[in-house]
Every structure is written in C-alpha cells, then in structure tokens.
Design a protein around this ligand. Structure first.
Ligand SMILES: [Zn+2]
Ligand SMILES: [Zn+2]
Length: 345
C-alpha cells in the first residue's frame, strides 16, 4: 500500500512530504495506523549523515504509537483495535545468542532497525513519520491503554534506553542514582528511576531546569559548572546514567561513584575517552548501553503503565518537523517533540 510520509531526500536536506510503499501484510505481520511518532536525536543524526551514508530518501521515526488495523493469519499476540508501539528495531535473526538472550539489538546477523536499515527482503525500512507501518508481530509492543498515546511514544526509544541500565545495574530503594543531563533521555531517566524508588540526583550544566527536575522526581539537583559539586558528591552514587552525547570529563564523574559503582553512557560520545586507571582500579565500572531487547521493552511499557509514566511532550504537525529539528539541536524542547500523524493524512 502507498502511504503518506515525511522524508529526508538527501543528507542535510529538509524533510518534505512524500509517499512510500508499505509491504502487504504477511502471515506474521501487523498493520498499524500510526497516531504519534516521537522525534529522537538519532533521527537528526541519521538524516544529517552524521552516522555515515544512508539509503535516501529516509523516513525517520522509531518512537511509534498507533492502533492495529489488520493482522496476518498467524498473529496471535495482537488484535485489530489494540494500541501498540514500535521502537528502534523491526526484525532480527531470532537464532543467535544475543537474540535468544533477549538482546535483539545486538543480533550478530544484523538487527533490522526501524528506518534506513536493510530488511531481510532486501528493501530498506522506513520509519514512523508516516500514516501506517507494517511490522513483524514479534517486534510490536503492547502499549498500556491508561497512558496518553502521545506521551507514550517516546517510551519506545528514550524510555527503554534509560530503563535498561537502571534495571541492569539495580536501581531501586536504598540506591543512589545520578542522571547526567536533563534532556529527552535524562527526563525519562529521572521519572523511571524515581518510580523505582531510587534516590535521584540530576547533574546538569546549570541550575536552569532545576524546578523541572524536582517536579519530574529528582531528589537533588546540582550544577556541574560549579566545581564544588564534584567535591561535595565524591563517592556518592551507585549508578550514574550519562545521557549527554558531547564530550564530558569522564574522570570527574567516575570520582562520584561508590565502590563497584557503575557509570553507563547511553549517548554516543564523539571522541575517544582518556580514562584515569587509578579511578577504574578502585573497582569503578565504565560502560555503555544501547536501547533494550523486545521483552525488556514490554516490561518497561508495563512498568510505565503501572506508574502512569509518559514523556513530557510537545505535539507538532508534520509540517513543523524541520523547525522542531532546529529546536532539538538548540536543546529548546521540554522534553520531546511528538508528531501527530493525523496531520500526514
Ligand atoms: Zn531514538
Ligand atoms: Zn540474531
């Protein structure tokens, strides 16, 4: 079927309306009428060509919420009318050790990502800035009905990206977690860590968003531009979630960890890191994390449903997407843009 979409025609070019072909619904496929698609920083990196050549035209969007309008003959997990979501991936081999272990995002035979990725049939995937998408049922998530559909969309990437390291590194009562950066990812980390019962501290460049941070669930808020912050908080945290993709002084942050504390970067730092071996020698862990597998994504959505957690969103029409990109790059959004897909119809 031919559907309306917004696509980047070439690297660095503004997105423009177009139509794209969605495949016929196969036996294990689900056809989704998209309601909302979040704008993730990765969308901007991809269409700007920051991450290498792309199969243009590219329709970005991997924070998708919509309603099932058709299912294939073999689909048992989703029904017409269900509210569902699609995140960063739409296929993987299902056989390799990471896939069998629930880490489909690390499929050794190549995860198929939601857009700009080569699918198993040789076509290129197109994302959620569109009216409809056809996705293998195994990669379609159930979105709790009590959540606002627009606020739920960013959970599919920003939510799972932060939920994964919080779960893996044991955030919960009695633990102290620091969140570096209060943007799209950071604000989700604060909400989720708070709901897990953890003591949450935001480490932000300035105190500009302090009021917001405390409203979102942070217990403490510090400015990293103030050198006293690092002496005052030395050895304080069990876990630091670094959501800042720019270069930061990683050693200064490592010094804030307890014995066996972990610092997890969920953004991609541009340059190589110079890490102080003495800091690591004192049994601190420096690691990374990338989105999360399908089962964990469903767990995250159920958790957010239970705790009524969605993103703070600004809803836009599709023709505002280029302007929204500018504002994301200027950190001028609290905290996620979501495209109303009905404006594409
Ligand atoms: Zn994303
Ligand atoms: Zn695999």
């Amino acid at each position: 079927m031919r559907v309306n979409a917004y696509a980047a025609p070439a690297a660095g070019q503004p997105l423009a309306p177009t139509t794209i072909e969605r495949r016929e619904v196969g036996p294990n496929d689900v056809l989704i009428a998209i309601e909302y698609a979040g704008i993730c920083h990765s969308d901007i990196h991809t269409v700007n060509g920051d991450w290498g050549p792309q199969p243009f035209p590219v329709v970005p969007g991997h924070e998708i919420v919509g309603t099932v309008t058709e299912v294939g003959a073999d689909v048992t997990t989703h029904r017409v009318g269900d509210r569902v979501g699609v995140g960063c991936m739409v296929n993987s081999c299902g056989q390799c050790p990471p896939c069998r272990g629930g880490d489909e995002q690390f499929c050794v035979n190549g995860t198929v990502f939601t857009y700009a990725s080569e699918d198993r049939d040789g076509t290129h995937t197109q994302g959620g800035y569109s009216t409809h998408v056809v996705v293998d049922a195994d990669f379609v998530l159930s979105v709790p009905e009590n959540l606002d559909a627009a606020a739920a969309a960013p959970l599919l990437c920003a939510g799972i990206t932060t939920y994964n390291p919080l779960r893996r590194w044991g955030a919960g009562p009695g633990k102290k977690v620091a969140v570096v950066g209060l943007g799209g990812l950071g604000h989700m980390a604060v909400k989720i860590a708070h709901a897990m019962g953890t003591e949450v501290t935001v480490l932000s460049q300035s105190l500009k968003k302090q009021e917001d941070g405390l409203r979102l669930g942070a217990d403490h808020y510090y400015a990293t531009s103030d050198p006293d912050t690092f002496s005052e908080l030395a050895g304080r945290f069990d876990l630091i979630i670094n959501t800042v993709s720019a270069d930061i002084d990683v050693n200064a942050y490592l010094g804030l960890l307890t014995l066996d504390g972990a610092m997890v970067s969920v953004g991609a730092a541009p340059g190589p890191l110079a890490v102080n071996g003495f800091l690591l020698g004192a049994r601190r862990i420096l690691t990374g994390s990338m989105i999360g597998g399908i089962a964990l994504t469903q767990e995250m959505l159920d958790f957010c449903g239970e705790h009524n957690i969605g993103a703070d969103v600004e809803i836009i029409s599709a023709d505002q997407v280029n302007e929204a990109y500018e504002r994301v790059l200027a950190s001028d959004v609290r905290y996620r843009f979501v495209i109303d897909a009905s404006t594409l119809a």
